[in-house]
Design a binder for this molecule. Structure first.
Ligand code: PEP
Ligand code: MN
Length: 342
């Protein structure tokens, strides 16, 4: 249920509505948009509440939200949400390119990559310090040291950094180093972790669980939003199907479908979707053409010796070439490349 306030309603009237909702043991989430202020009513609502709130001073109307996810739905917030990562805006008319190594290995690797992706036009540096791996024997990341190296690369290039957090206990610590927190596909339904990042004061990139439906994905986002963190970016990263020719199957339709269902920005990860470097350029361009607000791409100085996901990493040269094509498609889609410091 959402309560839409009248344009001329006062702060006191808004407070009155909030108090009434909370008085019923429910949660009130206020969203002050450009067009209108709305209050989301969260919890076990009851039929009579619609009339009760509808009669209050300052209330324009009370609307029932048909979807199981509320705060992440377009019904709750018709206008697009724009998320700020450092100084970079994600979700507006600009196309955001996040790029960097799958895993942070050492200082030289991450700083050189950061410089190269920045020179090619990326505005956010990606890199995993804590790596969720299918096998416990694979390289599992450099941990806190990796976070420190990402922070160094940020000082060197000015690029904000995004990195994965795997446990609720680590959220505070990772947030000290990162500009945005990534929730990986394997943790996309780790509800305790979603609760924890919902309380963090940092934007969150929520990957789609590789077997999550759209509804499950948006309900995962709902955990973060209902925790009080409205800064969520969704990322399509491929789902598991019967096809084994690619690592996962990139669900391009997810981009326009989610944009229809939700106001949150949607980006795509063609690297983890396909698992193969030669497929990354075409699927990057396809994602931009499908209307993605951005892309996140694995880039490595020497993919052949990468400690993680080398097969899908682009060299600096290939990434640079891809970026000019990305700009052309972005332009055709009415978007401009995101500028740092915007
Ligand atoms: C990653 O981006 O480094 C990653 C592990 O992605 P995913 O969770 O989508 O597999
Ligand atoms: Mn990876």
């Amino acid at each position: 249920m959402i309560v839409v306030m009248r344009k001329d309603s006062s702060k006191e009237q808004l407070e009155g509505v909030r108090e009434r909702i909370e008085g019923h043991g429910l949660q009130a989430q206020v969203s002050e948009g450009v067009e209108r202020t709305v209050v989301g009513v969260l919890g076990q609502t009851f039929v009579e509440l619609k009339d009760e709130l509808g009669l209050m001073e300052g209330v324009l109307e009370v609307v029932l939200i048909s979807k199981p996810y509320k705060l992440s739905s377009r019904e709750f917030k018709p206008e697009d949400t724009v998320v700020r990562v450092g100084d970079v805006l994600v979700g507006n008319h600009e196309l955001t390119v996040m790029a960097g190594p799958c895993a942070v290995e050492d200082e030289e690797q991450v700083v050189l990559t950061a410089r190269a992706v920045k020179a090619a036009g990326a505005t956010i540096l990606r890199g995993g310090a804590f790596k969720p791996r299918s096998s416990p024997y694979s390289f599992r990341g450099t941990g806190v040291h990796g976070l420190q190296l990402l922070a160094k690369a940020r000082v060197d290039t000015g690029l904000p950094v995004i990195t994965e957090v795997m446990t609720p206990e680590d959220v505070g610590m990772v947030a000290q180093y990162a500009d945005a927190l990534q929730i990986g596909t394997r943790n996309a339904q780790n509800f305790n972790l979603l609760d924890a990042v919902g309380k963090a004061n940092k934007p969150v990139l929520l990957k789609r669980g590789f077997s999550s439906t759209y509804e499950e994905w948006l309900l995962a986002a709902e955990y973060i939003l209902s925790g009080g963190n409205s800064q969520v970016i969704l990322c399509e990263r491929g789902i598991r199907t019967f096809e084994t020719g690619t690592r996962f199957t990139m669900d391009l339709s997810a981009i326009p479908v989610i944009q229809d269902l939700s106001h949150l920005p949607v980006i795509a990860d063609p690297s983890h979707s396909t698992g193969r470097a030669n497929l990354v350029p075409p699927m990057t361009l396809a994602a931009v053409a499908a209307g993605a607000h951005g892309v996140i791409i694995d880039v490595h100085p020497n993919p052949a010796v990468a400690k993680c996901d080398g097969a899908q990493a682009l060299t600096f040269e290939v990434f640079d070439g891809l970026m000019s094509q990305v700009h052309a498609v972005a332009q055709a889609m009415g978007k401009v490349p995101a500028a740092a410091g915007g």
